[in-house]
Design a binder for this molecule. Sequence first.
Ligand code: PLP
Length: 411
Amino acid sequence: MAFINENYLKLPGSYLFAEIARRVTSFKDENPTADIIRLGIGDVTQPLPAACIQAMHTAVDELAKQETFRGYGPEQGYDFLIEKIIETNYTKRGITIGKDEIFVSDGSKSDCGNIQEIFGTNNIVAITDPVYPVYLDTNIMAGRTGILTENGTFEKVTYMPCTAENNFTPELPKNRVDMIYLCCPNNPTGTTLSREALTEWVNYARKNESIILFDAAYAAYITEEDVPRSIYEIEGAKEVAIEFRSFSKTAGFTGTRCGYTVIPKTVTGRSQDGSKHDFNKLWNRRHTTKFNGTAYIIQRGAEAVYSVEGQAQIKETINYYMANAKIIREGLQAAGIQAFGGVNAPYIWLKTPNNMPSWDFFDKLLHEVNIVGTPGAGFGPSGEGYFRLTSFGNKENTKRAIERIKTKLKF
Ligand SMILES: *Cc1c(COP(=O)(O)O)cnc(C)c1O
């Protein structure tokens, strides 16, 4: 008899998007002519930048010829890509990162999910609430949590509520925590942490020998000058932070798959005997054992993101989404609804009117104005009373949706 990893039994079913789909289907069955607009999309919709497509075409042709064929590449990624990443995202911002401190991957979800493997199983995990579910679920699978309790939280996990009351800035925990997941700009709230708040976190981590797992998947959406693009802009962060980046939202790679993780060699943890060890070494061992590299064609596509044309093209697409974000944010505010985010991220997080439960607001929006969004409660207990709209739709539909909210939604 093979036994199972019973930690998996602690996981609740993937209820959120299945439940949304169920409610939308049932509404459509009853109202077949309803013109439903989806503002719940968590995926990009605009095509890949032309520069990337061209680079990928060229790479395909290289693979067709004996002289330029390539098989396995370095597990950590090709130098041509790593050098561009360092130059554009770090050196230009005054941050020194070495080539062997970058690990190219098939995307950030895998990296955010796998990173916990190089940490001790007794570590205390801290997550913001609401949160991107990957951080919590992968720690449940690894056995770092107890079971789900009645108030919607898992035992042994430190939840850091992020609500309008604290300006979506997690407070430093009273108990000591070891692994701190921060996502900035944030999915789902669309908000960012200030330089001061991030500095407090870095200082906390240095004092407590904790590690910050910093998800910067939406860094390219930051428009305000004073919001850090990378946690390494904060002094001392290179001792305590691991950063995750992705080409998915930056350049439309959600389907083509490419991301990377930065682990400075100065980031250390301890073994039980008290001696210090580099997380970089552990991750290198894991990565080279369990991963055989991102496809050459895709890495060439990612490299093209950093070309002059590539940079202009991603900017144009991001501006397109951010124009939608503005339409949503300002439209909601005009309708008397409190709305957050949408300035440095493609997400708008609204406060449901009269504190309506987020699933009730979902039904109201679907039934009264035929708009689909995502209930905040699906991202954690502190998401209750909030609702997420995204700017990944097309402009016309986004405008029409907001017009309906302004003119037809009744409270
Ligand atoms: C989309 C997203 C990612 C990126 O995922 P990929 O696997 O790179 O596509 C990472 N973190 C958050 C919070 C996201 O929303």
